[in-house]
Design a protein around this ligand. Structure first.
Ligand code: MEZ
Length: 577
């Protein structure tokens, strides 16, 4: 009797435990329903996974706040594939929904891990050394990692989030560059001088002119570097953007979003060159020896460890997702939404206090004027550059739509609803592939006629029809009689249905202040000297954009100064040997 009981219990155990190989992890699965969590764009994603007979038989999302559209596709695709395959090994992130996909994969892995018989074999880290430690795997960090590793440096990249790319994942418009081969091929006349002047004017001349000269001088070269076989980017489409005199924003063919194109390429290139990229590894301190930086202290799920490094590059991004810090520096931004990913919290600033690092222009915080009301989803300026207009609820234009972001944002905030509508037609939609992502996310209000769009959005229909008629006349005359808009952004009338509207409002987009650097991307202290072995690039730095960044200059900034930071760090490492 005793033995019978033992054997039946044993056979149940045999049935309900099975071995599942999940990537590098090996699980023995136990029957039951297990929950797991991952961090998504808007908060925690919680899933449950049911194991029956040692196999995954069901998976469900219990809680999540991710946006609709592409995120929904990602959810359905990933859950279905997971149920089919029983693990996350071969599941790719869904393009355009990287953060949601990673959150879901993390949550599924966490649930699977709970059903395991033995601990999954997690990567564990211990004290180590390298030539260059890079803090942050956003655009600047990945660029620096690719450059440094391609030149033979031993590079470790520490990223606190569960995904690479940071805010660069969401960059849509493109990368500014002047006097490029692509402009020449397309017959666009531009010059470094005009690019410099546009950037300084856009920044209200608060920009550091040396840094702007560097940005402009290196811009054509960075396009070639990004297009080289090392990265393999497509930047063949050149468009018009706010505050620019000439068409100079470079983007993939057809005007698709640059972030979704460039981030995976940079990630792949950095890995191919041998950079060691560690996700969910948060730098909690920069350590010092004789008063100089000599490494970083890192915290991860398994504990803490130290990476001693000959040089350190700070590429932690801005602080647009830290409302307390935003309001501390700009009280007027209380209550504003943000386009930023959750990790953009300005973690580096307290870590560099002990080195007396200088912070500049922290109060210069940019709002992006066209962010879908109540979400953080930015609608690229490129759509206005390609011909869309802005109207208020009364159906009237109220600003030169491709003015700089500060001016357009202020004009929208003066509208009674503090929001406005982007209006465009089928031809403009077809001119910019990025719009298809908005359509997939269900962000477009569509009508066969302008009147239908007006009815659906409660815009004054008669006024809207008149506004569009007037605007189309301006397009024909190549002269905006109302607001003096640059004719290069008025190449398409709004005349071919279906017509579209998106309601938008300004939201925090780019924090232009940060660590003071020089043209070698060396971090400067309060006495004006460079801090030995400490470099910085991207949105964590301040001074390049002055009071207002031009659209397309963030990608230029992170690529150019990310690459410079890597080159300077390598030089420093060599000279210190
Ligand atoms: O540089 C940017 O912030 C940018 C290009 C944004 C956009 O409107 O697409």
């Amino acid at each position: 009797m005793k033995y019978t009981k033992f054997f039946s219990a044993f056979s149940v155990l045999l049935i309900s435990f099975a071995v599942c190989s999940c990537g590098s992890k090996t699980y023995s699965l136990k029957d039951g329903t297990f929950s797991g969590e991952g961090e998504g764009r808007n908060g925690t994603v919680e899933v449950s996974v049911t194991i029956t007979g040692g196999k995954v038989t069901n998976a469900e999302i219990l809680n999540e706040k991710e946006t609709d559209g592409i995120a929904d596709n990602a959810k359905i695709q990933i859950i279905n594939q997971f149920i089919e395959e029983g693990n996350t090994k071969n599941i790719d992130v869904v393009s355009g929904a990287t953060i949601t996909s990673n959150a879901l994969l993390d949550a599924l892995d966490a649930a699977l891990a709970k059903s395991k018989n033995e601990n999954p074999i997690e990567t564990s880290y211990s004290d180590t050394e390298c030539d260059i430690a890079i803090i942050g795997a956003g655009g600047a960090g990945l660029t620096a990692a690719t450059e440094a590793a391609s030149k033979g440096a031993k590079v470790i990249v520490l990223e606190k989030m569960n995904f690479v790319g940071g805010n660069s994942n969401f960059s849509t418009g493109g990368i500014n560059a002047a006097y490029t081969k692509e402009q020449e091929r397309l017959g666009i006349k531009d010059s470094k001088e005009v690019f410099f002047n546009d950037t300084m004017k856009g920044g209200k001349f608060l920009n550091d002119p040396d840094l702007v000269h560097k940005l402009v001088d290196e811009s054509a070269g960075i396009i070639e570097w990004l297009q080289s076989p090392l990265i393999g980017a497509d930047l063949s489409d050149v468009g018009m953007f706010g505050g620019a005199t000439n068409k100079r924003i470079h983007r993939p063919k057809g005007g698709s979003a640059i972030g979704a194109h460039l981030v995976p390429l940079l990630h792949k290139a950095a890995l191919a060159q041998g950079a060691d990229i560690r996700l969910k590894n948060k730098v909690i301190d920069i350590i010092e020896e004789n008063g100089n930086p000599c490494g970083v202290r890192v915290s991860y799920a398994g504990g803490e460890y130290t990476v001693r490094a000959k040089a350190i590059i700070i590429a932690t991004g801005g602080f647009g997702a830290n409302p307390n810090l935003v309001v501390f520096y700009q009280a007027a931004l209380e209550g504003f939404g943000t386009t930023n990913q959750r990790g953009a919290t300005g973690d580096a600033f307290p870590m560099v206090e002990k080195f007396n690092a200088e912070l500049v222009q922290m109060e210069q915080i940019q709002t992006h004027p066209t962010v879908v009301k109540g979400t953080g989803i930015m609608i690229t300026e490129a759509i206005r550059g390609n011909g869309a207009i802005l109207v208020n609820k009364a159906g009237r234009r109220f600003v030169n739509e491709i003015e700089t972001r500060d001016i357009v944002s202020a004009a929208i905030l003066k509208c009674p609803e503090k929001s406005a509508f982007i209006i465009f037609d089928q031809k403009i939609r077809e001119s910019l592939k990025a719009v298809e992502d908005y359509a997939k996310q269900g962000l477009l209000t569509e009508g066969n006629t302008l009147r239908e769009v007006a009815e659906k959005t409660q815009i004054d229909a008669v006024a809207l029809e008149y506004t569009i008629q007037e605007y189309n006349r301006f397009v024909e005359q190549k002269k905006d009689g109302d607001f003096g808009r640059n004719p290069s952004s008025m190449e398409r009338p709004i005349s071919q249905g279906p017509f579209y509207a998106i309601e938008v409002e300004p939201a925090v987009h780019h924090t232009m202040g940060g660590l003071k650097i020089n043209t070698k991307a060396e971090v400067i202290n309060k006495s004006g000297q460079s801090i030995p072995g400490l470099f910085a690039a991207g949105e964590v730095t301040g001074g390049i954009h002055g009071a207002n960044r031009l659209g397309g200059n963030a990608v230029a900034d992170y690529c150019i100064f990310g690459k410079i930071a890597a080159d300077s760090a390598i030089e420093y490492v060599k000279s210190a040997q």
